[in-house]
Design a protein around this ligand. Sequence first.
Ligand code: PMP
Length: 405
Amino acid sequence: MKSIEEIRADFPLLNKKVYNKDLVYFDNGATTQKPQCVIDAVNDVYLNYNSNIHRGVHRLSDLSSEAYENARKTVSSFINSAKHQEVIFTPGTTSSINALAFSFGERYIKSGDEIIVSYLEHHANIVPWQMMCERKGAVLKVIPVFDNGEIILEEYYKLLNSRTKLVSVTQVSNALGIILPVKQIIDAAHSADIPVLIDGAQGIQHGIVDVRKMNCDFYVFSGHKIYGPTGIGVLYGREKFLDELPPYQGGGDMVDKVTFEKTTYNELPFKFEAGTTNYAGAIGMGRALEYVTEIGRENILQMEHSLLQYAMEKLSAINDIIIYGKSDQKVSIISFLLKDIHQYDAGMILDKMGIAVRTGTHCAQPIMERFGIDGTIRASMCFYNTHEEVDKLVEGLLKVVEMFS
Ligand code: PMP
């Protein structure tokens, strides 16, 4: 097991200065930093074997195609999909959900049908379904939450009915850090034969994702939130659905035979990967997942749990702090406000101290409105953060309070 110093040395950016201060990076919910091995893997593509995949008969194309398909196998084993053909590479979570909303809508949705999401969703798991509902005359239903932000399961069960065609919920709320009871959500939907999509954008980084154990029908995530490059992500789907769903984009690589009269489509996963994909990104993401496996997912969870406990204890001791989303089921994300101080002011002052937090609605306006606020300060920590960094955040917040008193 690597020490925290060794882990931090793997991430070049963590050792940079901001305004001549040591960087404290607490914005891992927005994107994570990259270990040197991921940067090297992407560089290696461009330095040594760059070539378009699945196209040429030449050596470089073979090398890049093989590395790309190996990355698919790495993803498949990381999330434990039954087949690696069930892993579709996309530009990210948002693209995955938009793709599915289009294809699923075309294949299964008619006027009056219903889709269920929760109050905790990121806009990426709301708006594509609204667009699809508008196109198809379907209706979006929303699982309500308790005042602490946990979803009300009883109300969810009441929403399920014969018109429900899909349940699409996040595994972890990006705004509050609350972990949703996805197993119960999936089991209830399945008992009525309704498929479930899990938005894993935050879950993949803070959990041990096993799509077969979870038994979800679709799972989506972004590479950049799990120490991989930007512009690459995954749409996992159960083969039976991916076989039935129509492609959402046409072009090269997704076809079997093209004539002006009729085109037939390629097999899985290529049917959903039209055009030149971000193969360098996929290879980098594969390396990131290997890195996470090398550190150990259990170890990561333990380190993050310890950070969360420590930060909750320290932050709760600050006078006039309001913490949103208090729950036993939480990842290392804390959302809060300081009474009578606007989140942007606090965020800007912290920034000058070298502390990067996120402020605003976190692309989750409905849950902010549910709390009657226009945003929070969010500290999202991950395994490379330290208890000393939490102390610096607390010190910084105390200074903010002092400045405004
Ligand atoms: N869903 C959740 C829960 C997220 O946290 C995010 C990113 N903040 C997204 C979806 C969208 O991810 P991306 O911007 O990588 O497409």
